[in-house]
Design a protein around this ligand. Structure first.
Ligand SMILES: Nc1ncnc2c1ncn2[C@@H]1O[C@H](COP(=O)(O)OP(=O)(O)OP(=O)(O)O)[C@@H](O)[C@H]1O
Ligand SMILES: [Mg+2]
Length: 451
């Protein structure tokens, strides 16, 4: 008996330790079974307590009365499926007549603690069917991406959502994106994840990093063009506009062939072109975008206007030519001057990391999902990398990208360096890959000689 007690205590302590230190392992080994049993056992009473039941149908009452049986009780939504996942449970419910998806959405917080789970979200799959996704632990605390991911072209798994699903940056569905956040909030790590995700794809990467290139230049082997100051950025953006015009000429030329050939599909963007002549898609990553929009002198003002004009043109026309913009900055509002709000309107995919004030959050979500503004302001400073990602449908999610160090990103870029395509229009901006003198050597050269 004593041995039995000791074994029980040891197992309980091991389970507690596992739950504390490695919640993902705990969930997969023990948690999932307990949670499934708990949900199944408590389901009817929890639904009743949360007001998610409807009175029995009249014909049931009549039948019960005629048969002299007990009057049937209120009925909760019917469970269509309860499936365990890597991070939680997915419950698919068929709503009863008179219920709607908002009823379930409004009770998610109550369901969360009634079932003893960490988080609950719900969404309507089709009329009358609601999917309730529950997570067993805080999946955003230590982000671990699943091993099996969707690898369709131009669809990059970049972060994990709070419901345990993967957040994809899908360039073909949402061509241009804007990422905002206060300093040290995790924008560059998010962008680094994107570069690492894009590296194995057939895509040309173009970078503009006005922090003198500290974020993107180490990844240079996988970049087809890089700029580290506003002067080069202007030339690069204008070269990109030229590239875009060349791509449109190519599509026009191909259209003339397909119009003449009966039954051929007529190309309207790069993805309709035959693979052998399709130009490589280009993703333009801009870090610290405000640097491109600030000026102190008249000449700089002219440069700024040309830069913003080129960016607006790329945002408005680039999608069909396979040019996608990914813009990062601390703020991106009208105080940066003419053309900024016009550019922002074209950036459909919005991501906001922690921001210090509501106005900054409004720059990301004010015009698409006002409730996301509040969520962005509430992100705690200590959980860097946590962000709110929204899109033009008005939906938004809490996401967090896995932490990837610059070294890891560089290794991935170097591994895929052979995939770096040459874009003729951008050849002049191809970064030179040569060894540079170390900071110590430079300092010793510039230091005054001592006797
Ligand atoms: N997803 C994440 N998970 C864990 N830690 C993160 C994550 N993202 C960022 N961090 C931490 O936050 C630090 C700052 O991140 P990052 O450099 O991306 O911020 P930033 O928003 O680009 O700041 P700045 O505006 O100053 O460039 C990183 O060094 C890293 O330690
Ligand atoms: Mg940064």
């Amino acid at each position: 008996m004593t041995w039995f007690m000791v074994a029980v205590v040891v197992v309980a302590a091991a389970a507690g330790l596992l739950r504390w230190r490695r919640p993902a392992w705990y969930w997969l080994s023990i948690g999932v079974t307990f949670a499934t049993v708990r949900v199944m056992v408590r389901y009817a009473s929890v639904m009743d307590a949360c007001g998610l039941t409807v009175p029995p149908a009249r014909w049931r009452l009549t039948l019960a009365r005629m048969a002299g049986r007990e009057v049937p009780g209120p009925r909760p939504p019917r469970i269509l499926r309860l499936s365990p996942t890597r991070t939680g449970l997915v419950l698919r419910l068929k709503l009863r007549p008179g219920q709607d998806a908002f009823d379930v959405a409004a009770t998610t917080d109550r369901l969360r603690h009634s079932f003893g789970l960490y988080g609950v979200t719900s969404r309507e799959i089709r009329s009358g069917v609601v999917e309730v996704r529950m997570t067993g632990y805080d999946v955003l605390k230590r982000v671990q991406m699943p091993a099996r991911l969707d690898t369709r072209p131009m669809r990059i798994p970049v972060a994990l959502r709070e419901d345990g699903s993967v957040h994809y940056r899908d360039y073909r569905a949402v061509p241009h994106g804007l990422t905002l956040g206060a300093t040290e909030s995790g924008k560059s790590v998010y962008q680094r994840n994107l570069v690492a995700g894009l590296a194995p794809h057939h895509v040309a990467l173009v970078g503009i990093d006005c922090k003198q290139g500290v974020e993107l230049f180490p990844l240079a082997r996988r970049f087809s063009a890089l700029a580290d100051n506003p002067d080069i950025a202007l030339e690069l953006l204008e070269a990109l506009v030229t590239h875009m015009e060349e791509v449109y000429q190519l599509i026009r030329a191909e259209q003339r062939i397909s119009v003449a050939v009966p039954d051929a599909k007529i190309a309207a963007d790069v993805w309709d072109l035959p693979e052998d002549i399709r130009p490589v898609p280009v993703v333009v990553l801009v870090d610290e975008v405000a640097e491109l929009a600030l000026y102190a002198t008249k000449d700089e003002e002219k440069r700024r206007d040309r830069i913003i004009t080129a960016l607006v043109r790329l945002a408005q026309l680039g999608r069909a030519a396979g040019i996608y913009l990914e813009i990062c900055g601390q703020r991106f509002g009208s105080e940066l001057g003419k053309g900024i709000t016009m550019l922002r309107a074209q950036l459909t995919g919005r991501t906001a990391h922690r921001v210090n004030d509501e106005t900054s959050a409004n720059m990301a979500f004010g015009d698409i999902a006002p409730d996301a503004v509040l969520a962005a302001v509430q992100i705690p400073a200590e959980t860097r990398g946590l962000a709110i990602a929204g899109d033009s449908t008005g939906g938004w999610h809490r996401i967090r990208a896995p932490h990837i160090s610059l070294r890891e990103a560089v290794n991935i870029c170097n591994k895929h360096a052979h995939r770096t395509p040459d874009v003729p229009a951008l050849a002049a901006f191809r970064p030179a890959i040569e060894a540079v003198p170390s900071a110590r050597d430079r300092l010793s050269k510039t230091a005054p000689a001592t006797a």
